[in-house]
Design a protein around this ligand. Structure first.
Ligand code: NAD
Length: 361
């Protein structure tokens, strides 16, 4: 763990930065903390069931605030997590968070169409920003979010929890080190059966559609298992429930080509339960199933099983990102990483709109 002493030393080293940016964590006027204060924005499923419980296990950060449009949720959360009244905001008075020294990090956990607005507002308030995946519905949104954070000298991390999982890191290493020669073909699927019919995931304007949602896991699988960025894509959309998936795609299949010649065939769906990754290499293979779950990601290769223990994936992500902020070191998945995926997602929509044409990225 990152100790208080390390933090104080690092804070001193960061002194020069603080002169230019009074809002950063390294500000000389800001009291030093053992744990950074986190405010969750949007108290839906992921905040309620995963992030808030994980924030009870973290060592480098803690839940101290919330931003919600629902007063009854504010009451429940206040009692459950012992939150101070002054750390509870709604969407209207959110910008006043700028004056609240308890809150160092704002974590945006809203429907994707709202990510840009709240990331930009958080950055302007001088807060460090975490944002859930998909980063935003468009490349233009992602670029605006990255720029707002840079302009306000705050960091932006995307909630790619799997990149903090040692099981993901194990297969990334095979690609990086060419353990089995070059990776030639990745097959990857991420999906579940979503029984909801009127959720934001089925609504285009709110950033729904499976490509941004489960699709980014399949895309990350291909990118991380090759260690490369795709140069072209072809894609197809399908639905078995056209009455529900009127505006957005239920299932997507897409094929990627990488600079080395590696290929990937990816599948993602709100109607099919799947979670697997297989990489075939020049001299071997590796596979994971599941590869992007909250718990129990595991796999194998000719070298043996891949099965590293992990107490809580979200707590690991939150702690590693908070530690990077404290140390001023690189984030595992910064805004630029979210943007890389959305570039491909945009190309996938273009391919489908053009009847499955190959689109260069
Ligand atoms: P959810 O629908 O359960 O929660 C969304 C929250 O946004 C709710 O509190 C809702 O009240 C609020 N909201 C505000 N304005 C809204 C509007 N106009 N329409 C709908 N909701 C509105 O969604 P969720 O599953 O918690 O997803 C939130 C974010 O977290 C998304 O970006 C999603 O992709 C991401 N997520 C990530 C993971 C992961 O594993 N990293 C898992 C689940 C969700």
């Amino acid at each position: 763990m990152f100790s208080r002493r390390d933090f104080l030393i690092q804070a001193a080293l960061g002194g020069a930065a603080s002169l230019i940016s009074p809002n950063t964590l390294f500000s000389a006027t800001r009291p030093k903390k053992d744990k950074l204060g986190v405010a969750l924005v949007g108290l839906g499923y992921y905040s309620t069931d995963l992030l808030a419980p994980a924030l009870q296990l973290t060592k480098n950060c803690q839940l101290v605030g919330i931003v919600t449009g629902t007063p009854s949720k504010a009451d429940t959360w206040k009692k459950k997590y012992n939150l101070a009244d002054k750390n509870i905001y709604n969407y209207q008075n959110f910008d006043q968070i700028a004056n609240n020294p308890d809150i160092d990090i704002v974590y945006v956990v809203l429907p994707p169409s709202m990510h840009r607005e709240f990331v930009v507002r958080a950055a302007k308030a001088g807060k460090q920003v975490f944002c859930e995946k998909p980063m935003a519905p468009s490349v233009a949104d992602c670029e605006a979010m990255i720029k707002a954070c840079a302009d306000n000298k705050v960091k932006l991390a995307i909630g790619y929890r799997c990149q903090h999982d040692p099981n993901t890191q194990a297969y990334q290493k095979f690609a990086k080190e060419s353990t089995f020669g070059k990776v030639r073909m990745v097959t990857c699927g991420a999906g579940y059966f979503d029984a909801r019919t009127t959720h934001w995931k089925q609504n285009k304007a709110l950033g729904g559609g499976v490509m941004g949602d489960m699709g980014v896991y399949a895309l990350q699988g291909a990118r991380l298992a090759t260690g490369e960025e795709p140069i072209s894509v072809t894609a197809q959309f399908h639905t078995t429930r056209p009455d529900i998936y009127k505006e957005v795609e239920e299932t997507a299949t897409f094929q990627l080509e990488f600079p080395s010649g590696a290929l990937a065939a990816c599948h993602t769906s709100f109607g099919i339960n799947m979670n697997y990754l297989q990489a075939n290499c020049e001299k071997g293979w590796f596979k994971m199933e599941p590869f992007s779950s909250y718990t129990g990601n595991k796999g194998s290769s000719p070298l043996g099983p891949i099965n590293f223990p992990l107490e809580n994936q979200q707590a690991r992500q939150l702690d590693e990102d908070a530690e990077a902020l404290m140390k001023g070191s690189a984030l595992i998945a910064p805004g630029e990483e979210g943007l890389r995926d959305i570039r491909v997602v945009e190309a996938i929509y273009k391919s489908v709109a053009a009847g499955g044409k190959m689109i260069k990225i």
